[in-house]
Design a protein around this ligand. Sequence first.
Ligand SMILES: *Cc1c(COP(=O)(O)O)cnc(C)c1O
Length: 234
Amino acid sequence: MSQAMYRSRIARALPNILERVQRAAEQSDRSLEDITLIAVTKSHPVSAILEALKFEVFDLGENRILELMAKQEAVTNDRIRWHMIGHLQSRKIPSVLGTVHLIHSIDSLKLANRLSTKAIQVGGREQVLLQINASREATKGGFVVPDMYEDLHSALSLPGLKVAGFMTMAPLTEDVRILRNTFRTVRELQQELSDSSESAGEVLSMGMSNDFEIAIEEGSTMIRLGTALFGKPV
Ligand SMILES: *Cc1c(COP(=O)(O)O)cnc(C)c1O
């Protein structure tokens, strides 16, 4: 797609998305401002990012480190907040450390440990979300609950991490009950952990193009939208 095509696509899609976000937010006694919209630009060119920025969308999500790095180099704008939303391989940690606003996809205690150690080595604390596998799908990464409670507690107390909250991906289904249940499980987990000693932050990164309204109704504070904003990944 050309840059002009991205412009007209976003111009058409964004007002509708914001209206739907607002309506869903009101269902959970919140407002549009309480929800962060992350534009998932994976597989879309830099021109898509440039257009998103014109619409004041400054939170950008990528799922692969090489693509993230290339785009970070191509687009320099102080207002951008980069989000790493895909699986992070341990050996890629040095490439992402300190370069993004938030890593959503800390999906194992092993990865959490390694990231914490590296962050301490460079004298910082990395802001992350712990990825929860609430639907217990074998093909999905993340902390399975309730089985991995101990791992979760360990990850929450690592000195090199600042755990801002949790992220989840719902199963690929149209079944609203299953989707709602998945999101609710993660919200309840967050509430439960906030009563314990090592509490995480308030962020809940839940909801993609096909399920963001349900996610918001269930308490999501960050939605990750690719297709709804830019069309199908190319
Ligand atoms: C691709 C991706 C999204 C966006 O998906 P859409 O259905 O296109 O909105 C959100 N989160 C993650 C982790 C992704 O990889």
